[in-house]
Design a protein around this ligand. Structure first.
Ligand code: NAD
Ligand code: WQD
Length: 349
């Protein structure tokens, strides 16, 4: 029998790609999302891309802080597991609106965990972040590194990780996998789903993409005086389809009967790429020049962050397949087909 997975935040960037991979892998998916930072068009496109499996997705426009609404969803369906993406993720905004972030991310998660527990659903995959490594003392980052956070967004990830560890200690029936994502970029190779941030893009590649389609004049490079190959910050960019596949591997681990407890895995490629290298790869993939403005360092930014991938490879049997060429190719494919994201019709619609 097909397993049924609840996906919170499943209309969002990573969620929509993961729901597609879930459907293609034969799972049934129930998505709850308040569409705060996403569009229902993404759900429609995922169903189309899934072909014959497209019938296996159900969408509810629900805020996970609305416990009554969540209760109804759990009362009508028995879930084998939950993948929990729903959350706010803009680092800068979290500094100005910390209560919004603590309310949305932490209270939302506590609600979800309470409802899961009440309905005996105790298998969870949670979206954590490499942000919990702060400014790492060395690289690659292994899962055992000390954790820290430099902003309220990061602290919500840290706190939720701790909450998950605590509930597993209190009740060993819980099986929880915390996935620490590095820098997800790119889009589905079809070009029909991708990242469509509301407002001013905070992250590098959505910004580069908007410069390429003429929505912004230039990319501001935050610092060229780091001790890196070209002076710009180095990150571990990972193709969103690889990242999504990491969730399928995590689910398989939850379902394979092994004693998991509360376990944490990095999802990255293990390779560091500088801002300028990423821009050059995007220019090559798109044929567009990206004008640059060199500025000072962005407060709170680390110099070099990339993952150790050994634990995920060994225990989840998962390894990223794509490099920055494919990431930029697919990012550009999505951007050129949907220069305004989901805000205007897809040529295929
Ligand atoms: P996203 O904003 O595209 O997706 C998050 C989704 O959650 C959105 O569709 C939003 O509408 C929904 N949502 C937010 N609050 C909600 C609530 N209270 N109730 C219901 N739905 C709600 O972001 P994403 O990039 O897909 O990120 C998914 C998860 O991964 C987030 O938890 C994020 O913190 C985490 N993460 C993202 C990155 C990244 O760089 N994109 C890196 C590490 C971790
Ligand atoms: C990458 C590099 C910037 C924008 C953030 C969050 C982290 C995680 C992933 C959720 C850095 C440089 C960026 C720009 C630039 N998200 N840059 N000009 O900072 O590694 O991580 O997203 O969990 O929590 O903090 O990603 O894409 O913002 O930056 O020069 O306009 O690009 O300085 O070196 P970051 P990013």
């Amino acid at each position: 029998m097909a397993k049924t997975v609840l996906v919170t935040g499943g209309a969002g960037y990573i969620g929509s790609h993961t729901v597609l991979q879930l459907l293609l892998a034969g799972f049934k998916a129930v998505v709850v999302d308040n569409l705060e930072n996403s569009s229902e068009v993404a759900i429609k496109r995922v169903a189309e891309l899934a072909g014959e499996f497209g019938k296996n997705i159900i969408f509810h426009k629900i805020d996970i802080r609305d416990k009554e609404a969540l209760e109804k969803v759990f009362a009508s369906t028995t879930f084998d597991a939950v993948i929990h993406f729903a959350g706010l993720k803009a680092v800068g905004e979290s500094v100005h609106k910390p209560l919004l972030y603590y309310n949305n991310n932490i209270i939302g998660t506590i609600n979800l965990l309470e409802v899961m527990s009440a309905h005996g659903c105790k298998k969870l995959v949670f979206s954590s972040s490499a942000t919990v490594y702060g400014w790492p003392k060395e690289v690659p980052c292994t899962e055992e590194f000390d954790l820290s956070a430099t902003n309220p967004y990061g602290r919500t990830k840290l706190f939720i990780e701790e909450i998950c560890r605590d509930i597993h200690i209190s009740d060993p029936d819980w099986s929880i996998i915390l996935l620490r994502y590095f820098n997800p970029v790119g889009a589905h190779p079809s070009g029909h789903i991708g990242e469509d941030p509301r407002g001013f893009p905070n992250n590098l590649m959505p910004f580069v993409q908007q410069v390429a389609v003429g929505r912004r004049p230039a990319l501001t490079v935050f610092g060229n005086d780091y001790s890196t190959k070209d002076g710009t910050g180095v990150r571990d960019y990972i193709h969103v389809v690889d990242l999504s596949d990491g969730h399928i591997s995590a689910l398989q681990k939850l379902f394979d009967g092994s004693e998991i407890g509360c376990e944490v895995y990095n999802l990255g490629t293990g390779k560091g790429t500088s801002v300028l290298e990423m821009v050059a790869a995007f220019e090559k993939a798109s044929g567009k020049e990206i004008p640059l403005v060199i500025a000072g360092r962005r407060p709170g930014d680390a110099e070099i962050v990339y993952a150790s991938t050994a634990k995920a490879e060994k225990e989840l049997h998962w390894k990223a397949k794509y490099g920055i060429e494919e990431m930029c190719r697919d990012q550009w494919n999505w951007a050129s087909m949907n220069p305004w994201g989901y805000g205007c019709p897809d040529p295929a619609d």
